[in-house]
Design a protein around this ligand. Structure first.
Ligand SMILES: NC(=O)c1ccc[n+]([C@@H]2O[C@H](COP(=O)([O-])OP(=O)(O)OC[C@H]3O[C@@H](n4cnc5c(N)ncnc54)[C@H](O)[C@@H]3O)[C@@H](O)[C@H]2O)c1
Length: 455
């Protein structure tokens, strides 16, 4: 097999680094995106997403002449699909009254259709998008076979999910172990050969459905474990325990590794992918569905905590309803809108949902996201910088553990805001330091007025 030309469909967080890495390793790559502005941006030598080192890599790839971009697919030796696999926005599944989200596979289907007229004998097609189990055999294969060619006989077909960590994509693309699932062993072998162009981690061959399941199991495991940590945080608040201390102590056990609670789970992967299992077999997945629901409800838990914080700070007893009838019109500086630290990705962000929930309750929120200062999110008022967010605020609400937020000096913050109340949902700030600077610092997972303990 000799793969000299590769067509990568979808030039986002996954497709663009992958296309560029193949290109600097000697493969002629045509990057294809249906969004003309993505293609124009690349043609001008710029990039439309933030990922450390990516701009340099793309520049290098374009300079070698190996990376070009277009809105149209062309004949190639191999095709790699890295398009989005979100869930449907306006349709839910139902199993005995239990609702669940449904995968929207429109982009995978249309990218696959775009390959059909250009598919030739001996070609390799790889699906990289995280997909519901059996997508490669039940969705992609029949579409490609409309070409008149047979998968596994005339062309190779594989599934190989991306497992990179945003913020470290370029290193992990090369170093991580990669699972290649072929619809035949020869297809897996062909995929192996292509990725061996640059992958230094182990490359393991298996069948396509196993490879799909592996990726979903990885993300589902994280989601369920985060849901458990979030429930621990809720319990700790009720019981007068500091969840961060308790988790640290529990993790001293050699076989325990509790993850961190937080304001919720977002992004394009962990908050989406577990639903693919639920959709595939709702009767077998009550734990996965419940974990999703716990994590999806975590922004509401933060909302309640913000409102209780205002009651506490003005010396009131918590309202009978747990603070939900809050003081309206409080000004809140929301620090961070990304779905996780040190990235600019706002998709499915729990931080953005918290801002919406607070505003629906009548609070006035100004959000500051240093990784996307010009973001325009419907219904969210963006600050122009940190000072703009905090100066008139009654509360500083930390929603994302960006390093630059974790490093903030509370003395400096105190001189730039009238707020003396702060709520840290990610355990980034030191309580004593913030208290010394004059703040009342509350934390998720820690009751503000500890329940007296019997000794
Ligand atoms: N972002 C991550 O960290 C990550 C990690 C692992 C796996 N994944 C998976 O990789 C896949 C891609 O995710 P992403 O984050 O790169 O998405 P993205 O939204 O950043 O990029 C996808 C790109 O595909 C383009 N596109 C949509 N339909 C197309 C079509 N029919 N033909 C060509 N281009 C098309 C879009 O315009 C967009 O530029 C998803 O399945 C995701 O779950 C993502």
């Amino acid at each position: 097999m000799n793969f000299q030309k590769l067509c990568v469909l979808g030039l986002g967080y996954i497709g663009l680094p992958t296309a560029s890495t193949f290109a600097i390793n000697g493969i002629k790559v045509l990057g294809v995106d249906i969004n003309p502005s993505v293609v124009e941006t690349l043609q001008k030598g710029q990039i439309h997403i933030h990922e450390p080192g990516l701009h340099n890599l793309v520049t290098q790839a374009v300079q070698t002449g190996n990376l070009t971009a277009s809105t149209r697919v062309e004949e190639s030796d191999a095709f790699l699909i890295a398009v989005p696999t979100p869930f449907k926005q306006h349709e839910l599944g139902d199993y005995k009254g239990q609702k669940f989200k449904l995968a929207d596979m429109t982009a995978v289907a249309s990218a696959t259709e775009a390959i059909v007229p250009h598919l030739r004998k001996g070609n390799l097609v790889i699906l990289e998008s995280t997909s519901p189990p059996r997508t490669t055999v039940d969705l992609v294969r029949p579409i490609l076979e409309r070409s008149g060619l047979k998968a596994g006989i005339d062309f190779f077909l594989c599934y190989s999910a991306e497992r990179v960590l945003p913020g470290q994509i370029l290193r992990e693309l090369v170093e991580n172990a990669r699972v290649i699932g072929g619809i035949t062993p020869e297809s897996a072998r062909a995929g192996h050969e292509l990725y061996a162009t640059f992958v230094k981690g182990k490359i393991i061959e298996t069948d396509a459905t196993t490879a799909e399941m592996v990726k979903l199991m990885e993300n589902t495991t994280r989601d369920v474990n985060i849901a458990l940590a979030n429930e621990f945080a809720r319990l700790a608040e009720k019981l007068g325990v500091n969840v961060w201390e308790a988790i640290g102590l529990a993790n001293l056990h050699p076989r325990i590794n509790i993850l961190s609670p937080g304001p919720g789970v977002g992004g394009h992967c962990i908050s989406v992918d577990p639903w693919f299992f639920v959709e595939a077999a709702p009767e077998l997945t009550p734990l996965i569905r419940n974990a999703r629901q716990v994590n999806d409800s975590q922004p509401h838990f933060v909302l309640k905590k913000v409102q209780q914080a205002f009651h506490g700070s003005v010396g009131n007893h918590a309202a009978e309803d747990g603070g939900m009838s809050g003081l309206k019109g409080k000004k809140i500086a929301a620090l961070g809108l990304a779905y996780k630290p040190n990235v600019d990705d706002l998709r499915e962000s729990p931080a953005a949902e918290i801002v919406h929930l607070l505003q629906a309750e009548g609070e006035q929120v100004k959000a500051w996201e240093p990784f996307k200062p010009n973001a325009r999110l419907e219904g969210i008022r963006m600050a122009t910088n940190l000072n703009d967010a905090i100066q008139d605020a009654d509360m500083v609400l930390l929603l994302v553990k960006h390093s630059e937020f974790a490093r903030l000096d509370p003395q400096v913050i105190a001189s730039s805001t009238k707020a003396r109340l702060a709520l840290d949902t990610v355990n980034a700030w030191d309580v004593e330091e913030w208290q010394r600077a004059g703040f009342q610092l509350l934390r998720l997972g820690v009751h503000s007025a500890p329940v007296p303990r019997a000794v």
